[in-house]
Design a protein around this ligand. Structure first.
Ligand code: NDP
Length: 337
């Protein structure tokens, strides 16, 4: 089959493209400009015409994906901004929502071969920071709090709330569109909700400063020792390895049972010191961080129930140690460590 992968040059998407090509799919990847497709084409040139790269300059324009959806069996929508530098929340919300609705609209009108659409959402669309902790979130939870924050505070909302609102509104738009049109279309919808995504970097990056948000956070916190002792032991989140998330994107196509589900893709919770300790197993020269931290005593204020993914996708996860070792090897190979 042929898969349309939007935002194919991104950190996560290029791993999805790799997994798809390796498992025999043809891929049509979209990028915003010709030059952003160069690395992608070079990296997978051994696949010949099984990879096609097309330019979709502005995903917010009506009909932006009309040509791109023609002749594809599956759409994996991954293009969406992930950063914490937006002044106006609409810098994030507009491309997130219009990009998602736009690709579904194009599939409705022009994707006559499309059987499934997979949307890369986030646990940002699930967690609510105002919930009393500790809390284990499930697929029944929606981050309405971030939307309210942005509605009431606008530009003064926190950077995290702005990003989280963009992801929540985009996912809500996807489900609303599907509900409205499910009797007219031959495709169904699957949504994947990962927390922080870490792991080696395959996309084009010149320097650590220009890394994508999640890999950058990991690099500076773990390799560059940016966090203080308190933060290393007490602050963290949940994560999944980028290669496991890529595999989830393939399984989301393959597994009939995934139909109509939003699915949390999380390997588990971490504190930043866990990554420091795991990395020092292979790079003992790294700063030791908080040496009194005890992993078994760590309390995770927010975590995610990943049992739905286990049931529907049977997705195996790499260990935190394996992800750390591969990140370190990758950064060493790039000369960043
Ligand atoms: P990247 O920044 O590496 O990739 C983002 C992709 O989206 C790029 O292809 C980028 O294109 C494209 N994009 C960004 N803004 C726009 C825009 N305004 N219009 C069109 N295209 C745009 O990040 P990730 O790979 O990490 O993120 C991909 C997806 O995964 C996002 O939807 C993100 O919300 C989600 N996600 C990421 C997590 C993480 O920890 N990394 C966690 C959970 C979800 P260009 O290169 O041209 O800017």
């Amino acid at each position: 089959g042929k898969v349309l992968a939007t935002g194919a040059n991104g950190y996560i998407a290029i791993w999805v493209v790799k997994a798809l090509l390796e498992q025999g799919y043809s891929v049509r990847g979209t990028v915003r400009s010709e030059s952003k497709g160069t690395h992608l084409k070079e990296r997978f040139k051994s696949y010949g015409d099984k990879l096609e790269v097309v330019v979709v300059e502005d995903i917010t324009k009506e009909g932006a994906f009309d040509e791109a959806v023609k002749g594809v069996d599956v759409v994996e929508h991954m293009a969406s901004p992930f950063h914490f530098n937006a002044e106006d929340p609409n810098e994030l919300i507009t491309p997130a929502v219009a990009g998602t609705s736009g690709v579904l609209q194009s599939a409705l009108l022009h994707g006559k071969d499309v059987k499934r659409i997979v949307v890369l959402a986030s646990t940002a669309a699930i967690l609510e920071t105002n919930r009393s902790a500790p809390v284990v979130f499930t697929e029944d939870d929606w981050n309405n709090h971030a939307i309210q924050q942005v509605e009431t505070k606008g530009k003064d909302a926190s950077p995290a709330d702005k990003y989280q609102a963009s992801k929540t509104l985009a996912e809500k738009a996807a489900w609303a569109f599907y509900e409205q049109h499910k009797n007219e279309v031959k495709w169904d919808l699957v949504v994947l909700n990962p927390p922080f995504v870490f792991g080696p970097v395959l996309h084009a990056v010149d320097s650590p400063e220009s890394l994508n948000t999640s890999a950058k956070e990991w690099y500076y916190n773990v390799v560059k020792g940016r966090l203080d002792q308190e933060a290393l032991a007490n602050s963290g989140s949940s994560y999944v390895d980028v290669r496991d998330l890529a595999e989830a994107h393939v399984l989301a196509i393959r597994k009939e049972e995934a139909s109509g589900n939003r699915i949390i893709i999380s390997a588990g919770a971490f504190k930043w010191q866990d990554w420091v300790n795991a990395s020092r197993l292979v790079a003992p020269e790294l700063p030791p961080g908080n040496t009194s931290y005890k992993r078994e005593k760590a309390v995770h204020q927010r975590s995610y129930d990943n049992s739905k993914a286990a049931k529907l996708l049977q997705l195996p996860y790499r260990t935190l140690e394996a992800t750390a070792a591969d990140c370190i090897a990758d950064f060493k190979q790039k000369g960043w460590l």
